[in-house]
Design a binder for this molecule. Structure first.
Ligand SMILES: N[C@@H](CCC(=O)NCCCC(=O)O)C(=O)O
Length: 246
């Protein structure tokens, strides 16, 4: 019997009722199982020792999080969101992303994930998009989950992402306060919001699939043909990688 394809998902370190926990929203693993058609493997935020997980996965999905990459990782000065950091996750995901790209492990990076991808490659972040002149407020706002994760604005799309989506513009949700500022080495912009905020990046010279998205395709993915196409394209890259022996 064939062994199943496995996609690693690095998760967050939180403290809940004084107890340290490792967690991520359930819908990332659900999208890996249903949309990528791979077994999800959660990777705890325990630092560089987690690089060994790459020996056991056919792809890596870096999920979103309310926490922000610490600006010390990109010469960003003082943190403008000092209560919202997760250094354990930073110290795990940044080396994991660099190693995945170097080894040709397919990579899909969502929301905090695209920001980590950019920082891992030497890029920087805008710490509060909503206070920058000319930029919109990209935070989800109040209300029930369906409203917060509901469609908010268009993105114009080019390159490999336009080919995956079969469209030059799509509507997306938006739940982030930070965004890419200086682009990391080797990344190209493939999706942009009307206010100029970078919403999607790819890495054309990478050995394998590298895609970062500032929005959340995993939210109710099965009912959105564009999200289905994104997970299928990532899954196809993982399948090819597995067939070639990693
Ligand atoms: N904290 C960063 C990244 C935003 C992000 O990943 N949001 C997702 C929230 C949790 C989830 O639903 O996965 C920022 O504010 O830019």
């Amino acid at each position: 019997m064939d062994t199943p394809m496995i996609v690693g998902i690095p998760v967050c370190a939180r403290t809940v009722n004084e107890m340290p926990v490792h967690q991520t929203p359930a819908r990332y693993a659900e999208a890996v199982l249903g949309g990528v058609e791979a077994l999800p493997m959660l990777i705890p935020p325990l630092g560089e020792r987690m690089l060994a997980a790459l020996d056991h996965v056919d792809g890596l999905l870096v999920p979103g999080s309310p926490s922000n990459v610490h600006p010390s990782h990109y010469d960003g000065g003082e943190s403008e969101t000092p209560d919202l950091h997760d250094l354990d996750r930073d110290h795990t995901t940044l080396p994991l992303i660099r190693a995945a790209i170097a080894r040709g492990v397919p990579l899909l990076a969502i929301c905090r994930g695209i920001q980590e991808l950019n920082v891992a490659l030497g890029g920087s972040l805008i710490q509060r998009v909503h206070i920058r002149d000319g930029r919109a407020d990209h935070r989800g706002g109040p209300g029930p989950l369906e409203v917060r994760y509901g469609v908010k604005h268009a993105v114009s799309v080019t390159g490999s992402l336009a080919r995956i989506l079969g469209a030059g513009s799509i509507m997306v949700n938006s739940i982030h306060g930070q965004a890419i500022d200086r682009l990391g080495a080797g990344l190209v912009v493939e999706a942009t919001a009307p206010d100029g905020t970078i919403e999607g990046v790819a890495m054309p010279a990478a050995k394998n699939f590298v895609l970062g998205l500032q929005w959340h395709p995993e939210w109710a993915y099965a009912g959105n043909p564009h999200s289905v196409a994104i997970f299928r394209a990532f899954g196809d890259a993982c399948r090819r990688t597995k067939a070639q022996g990693g």
